[in-house]
Ligand binder design. Sequence first.
Ligand code: NAI
Ligand code: MG
Length: 331
Amino acid sequence: MQKVTLIPGDGIGPEVTEAAVKTIEAAGVDIEWDRQKAGIMAEKEQGTPLPREVLDSLRKNSIGLKGPLTTPIGSGFRSVNVALRQKLDLYVNLRPVKTFPGPVGDYEDVDLVVFRENTEGLYAGVEHKVGADAAESIKIITKKASRRIARAAFEYAEKENRDRVSIVHKANIMKLSDGLFLETCQEVADEFPDVGVDDCIVDNLCMQLVQNPEDYDVMVMPNLYGDLVSDLCAGLAGGLGVTPGANLGDEIAVFEAVHGSAPDIAGRGIANPIALMLSGVLMLKHLGEEEAAVRLETAIRELINESEVLTPDLGGEAGTDEIADAVVEKL
Ligand code: NAI
Ligand code: MG
């Protein structure tokens, strides 16, 4: 039986993970869940938000499904999520964004995939004060990290029969750092003659994505741009409640929704579990459970399309559990 590390997480995390687990099991896959505490509870009980057992479990199982973890502002710990990605070398942040025809979102036919470099760039965490009135954050771009995120994007495009990968950058201004990223991605593109390639400047891309999102396909970019652009893309297709994601390394894969712990609605039973369920779909594909993945995704899409049972973020009145039950019934 497949073992999967399950991190319920903080805020709405436990609510949406239970809902997702129910539907993944109903899709007919036997999974043994290895439940691990991280985040605020772990901090209280063990003095750290990221106990070693969590990392050990992920290393052992190579696959995880994770709820959001709260990062207290101003605490000593920078971000549990960032730490997890760095410690496990999860260098790919994958964000597929596909519109639901019908009630959710303003666009018809958007089908985008963002590959965000997950380990360096402006999020490398190299920051310092310069005297009392200034501070510096160092942006780090390496050939090694640029090459492996580019490979991930092009390999994905090839495997999924995608037409094109767009390299996103600001090399006109940051000639050395983004210049290296662009140049390295272009070198990798040469290894994939069957996949089209172009490049675009990130600010212009943002405008284009709002006006003509249908024109884009797979995109690859450094960390900060990826963070911003992938949230923009989430907004094109129904928002945080329905946007899945994955953090991938060579050995380990952790699947999680894009949204955070949503403290404003935590504990009220109204969080939308669909983003995490769709992350579960990505997980099933990764496990080679293609049929179960398609069944689960189809059930979720049908439910949204009928727009009778939806959570408040999508204009409905249903609770988290009702969504789970409705998806299970369809399965
Ligand atoms: P957030 O994503 O938690 O919430 C933003 C807004 O979207 C809130 O109004 C929230 O109610 C709503 N929302 C989010 N997910 C929803 C869902 N599934 N259903 C319905 N509504 C939903 O972002 P915020 O407030 O910036 O962050 C809160 C905490 O989460 C912070 O501590 C942050 O560090 C953490 N966070 C963790 C992430 C992770 O674990 N991967 C990702 C993003 C934030
Ligand atoms: Mg973000």
